[in-house]
Design a protein around this ligand. Structure first.
Ligand code: ADP
Ligand code: MG
Length: 243
């Protein structure tokens, strides 16, 4: 069952005293169960910091974070049941694709038969059944990205976080992988937050888009809302609205 995510009054300050910088300013976002939310904004606006706070890699200075209704601030990352995909996807080079996907399950001492079943399910979702015996060096960039997503999916997470996963790929592959990620979301139904600085990616991938600048949420809405009814001149110029 897909989980909801509530980001409630999240603030983050880095540094102390006169060196303190407020990187996130009271962010409020409700993500519905099964939703695919895009978080878009220029480099340095606080996107990764917000994702890291959701994942538990950073603690917020203030605010609450609820996954499936349960406040997770202070809960260890491993207990949050979250998968994250980054632009640099370090697969284990000496392991087969199947073992890369199954590694997290092995760490959790999931029995072999159950592990094999889950690896097969995930491989089917990603359409990489034919690659399971290969090593990472024998894969293309797009295939590697798929395996990285498979590895993240294997644990059947409550939440899927993407931090600019396609920014190292060439333009053609990027378009292909966008479609792939969309399809994967449709078949898995996992609540997802996808971070990008790329306006086109945001407008084509998401059903709802949150636009951020300087740690402040500027607007949240459908691509049509954002494009046709920008909340302010910043959003209009960033998205390239006709008005
Ligand atoms: P984005 O992902 O949108 O590019 P980040 O969340 O990485 O932005 O960074 C937002 C701001 O916070 C930047 O100004 C960055 O320099 C600062 N920042 C990020 N992490 C730290 C940290 N650990 N210590 C101090 N400042 C940080
Ligand atoms: Mg970032």
């Amino acid at each position: 069952m897909a989980a909801s995510l509530q980001i409630a009054g999240i603030r983050k300050v880095f540094g102390k005293g006169d060196k303190a910088v407020e990187v996130l300013k009271k962010i409020e976002i409700d993500v519905a169960p099964g939703e695919f939310l895009i978080l878009v904004g220029p480099s340095g606006c606080g996107k990764s910091t917000l994702l890291n706070i959701i994942a538990g890699l950073e603690e917020p200075s203030e605010g609450e974070l609820r996954i499936a209704g349960k406040n997770v601030v202070g809960v260890a990352p491993a207990q949050r049941d979250i998968a994250m995909v980054f632009q640099s996807y370090a697969l284990y080079p000496t392991m087969s694709v199947a073992d890369n996907i199954g590694f997290a399950l092995e760490m959790r001492k999931v029995p072999l038969e159950q592990r094999k079943k889950r690896i097969a399910e995930v491989a089917a979702m990603l359409q990489i059944e034919h690659l399971l015996d290969r090593r990472p060096a024998q894969l293309s960039g797009g295939q590697r990205q798929r395996v990285a997503m498979g590895r993240a999916l294997a644990r059947d997470p409550q939440l899927f976080l993407f931090d600019e996963p396609l920014s190292n790929l060439d333009a053609k592959l990027r378009v292909e992988m966008r479609a792939e990620i969309k399809r994967l979301h449709q078949v898995s139904g996992i609540t997802s937050v996808y971070v990008t600085h790329d306006q086109i990616e945001a407008m084509t991938l998401g059903s709802r888009i949150a636009v951020m600048k300087d740690g402040i949420l500027q607007q949240i809405g459908t691509p049509d809302d954002i494009y046709s009814r920008p909340a302010n001149t910043y959003v209009a110029s960033f998205i390239g609205s006709p008005t």
